[in-house]
Ligand binder design. Structure first.
Ligand code: ZN
Length: 298
């Protein structure tokens, strides 16, 4: 049974020991719960690598047979390099797998380090924890931005959150600056820019009570997600589609399913399914470990 350390890096570093796709013991967190969540944002890349090294070292403690370290990183990741990281810009261009590997070797830990996009790692985690490692999994994470991950990992780029879902030139709220993007409609940050006088929670509450502007936005929000999902299905076939993240509670699944029915009409493409899952840190950590295992095997 392969022992692998799974690590996710976002506002926090979360680390766990994964044996046979299961978490062994608890999760380790930096900064700990309720501590300064901006600690990492303000650190240079070297500082982040030191944090990662210390957290991995503490997780490995006593286990001399760890065979790999898998790290999930938000952003565009290729060949061990972070090519783009909007939320941790200091990582852009960093050869983070090499940096962490070297730092660990200096501590006597020789397990190879592989990195994956965190959304893809999350998709791998869902596949592993639902016992569907032979299935194709897509996952949308509805948060500050919109994450899109897919499993199994293949070479390529799928910045699904930036799928163009409208040709309306006024739609320019996306964090990347692009026009007409899914994230520019669904992202938490984008919703706050659109409704300067209301928080997203208030918008969805008001929609329930029939406020016309908010009802119209709720429909746009669901149509945008249906459009991006339909595009993904038209480009690479149907699969299980999972929905998660802090804003997944805004979802009205019957409404989303109705828009999907309007947008995907070819019968061979209609075997997709939509399911809401909880965004658990353990799923992400297991997914980072599974991604490392699969990378080692390929
Ligand atoms: Zn964008």
């Amino acid at each position: 049974m392969a022992k692998i350390v799974g690590v996710t890096l976002s506002e926090r570093v979360v680390t766990g020991l994964v044996i046979d796709h299961r978490l062994e013991g608890g999760l380790r967190c930096f900064p700990e719960e309720h501590e300064d969540e901006y600690a990492l944002v303000e650190m240079p890349a070297e500082g982040i690598v030191e944090v990662l090294r210390d957290q991995v070292k503490a997780t490995v403690a006593g286990h001399n047979d760890v065979v790999a370290v898998g790290l999930g990183v938000p952003g565009l990741v290729r060949n061990g390099v972070v090519e783009e990281a909007p939320n941790l810009p200091q990582l852009k261009g960093a050869r983070i797998a090499d940096m962490l590997g070297n730092a660990l070797r200096a501590e006597g830990i020789s397990a190879p380090v592989t990195i994956a996009n965190d959304a893809d790692a999350f998709a791998a985690g869902i596949a592993a924890t639902t016992g569907k490692l032979d299935a194709v999994v897509r996952v949308w994470t509805l948060g500050v931005g919109i994450g899109y991950g897919r499993y199994p990992a293949t070479d390529g780029v799928w910045e699904g959150g930036h799928t163009v879902v409208t040709l309306d030139e006024k739609e320019n709220y996306c964090g990347c600056g692009g026009r007409g993007h899914l994230e520019g409609i669904m992202g938490h940050r984008a919703m706050r820019l659109r409704f300067l006088d209301m928080e997203p929670e208030e918008v969805f509450e008001a929609a329930k009570k029939g406020d016309p502007r908010c009802v119209e936005f709720k429909r746009l929000w669901h149509r945008a997600l249906a459009a991006a999902t339909a595009t993904s299905i038209h480009m690479s076939g149907p699969s299980k589609v999972y929905l998660t993240g802090v804003n997944a509670h805004f979802l009205d699944l019957p409404m989303l399913r109705e828009y999907m029915r309007e947008m995907v009409k070819m019968s061979p493409l209609q075997s997709y399914s939509l399911e809401v899952v909880e965004d658990l840190p353990e799923t992400r950590v297991i997914g980072a470990a599974v991604s490392a295992e699969l990378a080692a095997g390929s």
